[in-house]
Design a protein around this ligand. Sequence first.
Ligand code: SF4
Length: 341
Amino acid sequence: MKNIYDYTLEELEEYFLSINEKKFKATQIFEWLYKKRVNSFDSMSNIKKETLDILKKDFIINDISIVTYKEGKDVIKFLFRLNDNQSVEAVLMKHDYGNSLCVSTQVGCNMGCKFCESGRLKKVRNLQTYEMVLQILKIEEVLNIRISHVVLMGIGEPFDNYDNVIKFIKIINSGKGIDIGARHITVSTCGIVPKIKEFIKDGNQVNLAISLHAPNNEIRNKIMNINKAYDINLLIDTLKEYISKTNRRVTFEYIMLDGVNDSVSCALELAKLLKGMNCYVNLIPYNETSHIEFKKSSDEHIRLFLDTLKKNHINVTIRKEFGGNVDAACGQLRANYEEGI
Ligand code: SF4
């Protein structure tokens, strides 16, 4: 049996046609699931009983559950239990402009970025589409809020789970689904070049963020294994292609690691690398954890790095530090899972 939240509107329409039903039933189901938020087929009162019986035979409305949560200033970290007893986390950040949810896409991660707490657990499996959709629905339900922005930057590499992630984006972006605007959805990748090319071909309108974290191959090879497969020059060339084909801006995430990638010469090299690109650099103060030896750059080094990029005409900001007090900050998801948060 398939999970109903795994289906895009188009897939559900095809399903109804395949059982000799009218395809508008798919829209009705979407309205029950995403507008009226019921979680049983029996509550779908405008669908006739015979159709509901067929649906019940073919689909489950599978749940995932929130095991616990931890709250800090403007941030809440949720631990979800999946049906096979695996766990993932999602982080809600409260901004002036709305509620943003950082969603996980895999149980563990195989990319092995050296500074990343989230990737200490190797990939166990990809999340199914429904397991991403339900991270949003569950949190909206328990807090009685609406999530206005979604970032795919939780545990896992989204482009290592490409098909399920693209279906997830379609469902949450659909006006008949959760209806989050494409410009309010950001997918982040460490740089899987063939998948970025596929993303360009698909013409997806959501925002693209790249975990760059270094200005050259020498440093990037030391901290990000992915660079050995797709080096920084290939990555930048692919992103130039993305920008020219989509006319969209790329965001570069850059974690500031003391003595590793935070010198003025690194900033100059980065400015040269990104010169002329329609891009934006997000400097991220590192969140130190007890298991990883990297240290956070000093405020002074971060400021100097920022000023150097600005002087060289690169759009840049320092990301607001979120959730360091609940281990919910970038690269820290799952950090305290063993202790049961
Ligand atoms: S930074 Fe992202 S891609 Fe790299 S190991 Fe962590 S979760 Fe995986």
